[in-house]
Design a protein around this ligand. Sequence first.
Ligand code: ZN
Length: 223
Amino acid sequence: MKHFKKPTAMLIMGPQGSGKGTQAKLLAKKFGFEYVGSGDSLRVVQKTGSFTGKKLLKVMNTGALVPNFALVNVLGNVLEKLKKRGKVKGVILDGWNRMMIESIMVDEALEWYEWDKNVKVILINISRKESYNRLTKRRQCNKCGQLIPWMGEFRNLKKCDKCGGELVVRPDDNLASIKKRLEEYKNQTVPVVNLYKKRGELIVINGEQSIEDVFKDILKVLK
Ligand SMILES: [Zn+2]
């Protein structure tokens, strides 16, 4: 495995339920990069009890999309902190470019923070049907927030494998909101995917395999 000479930014994309968060975290661990996920970052803000934190709690519990301004603002704060800390070899962005306007701002943020010299865009691709099945059956730890995908050996988990917390079906995992999110993906995110494809920057990975095989395929392409 070659080393990334320049600071690297990876954008992980994929339909809901594609397991992109899991892959993003595996990549971060493998390369010593910083994992910057929108879900995790928003939950951190929720816990601060700030005006935005309280509002995010309300919005996210209904399954509605967090407004572009609030999302990009949170990303900016996270990247600013990483810049201050220094010694960051790379960042892995997960869940920040759900639509064109966000994608434009994410590109600008990467340029601003000077992580735009080596950008990889990775799409974990699964069909709409697969996405639907995984979404209606996945669970989340009510203690640490880890998502447990409805795939392979994870289906048999009784408790969180990280902290032992109870596993519950996510409050926004109901049919109406899932259908809405699949529509949003098709209407809002697919155009972003197509833009990266047009620019020749898109790496497409078959997401309908085990977590290990998806990860192997990503590493193969990055070699
Ligand atoms: Zn847990």
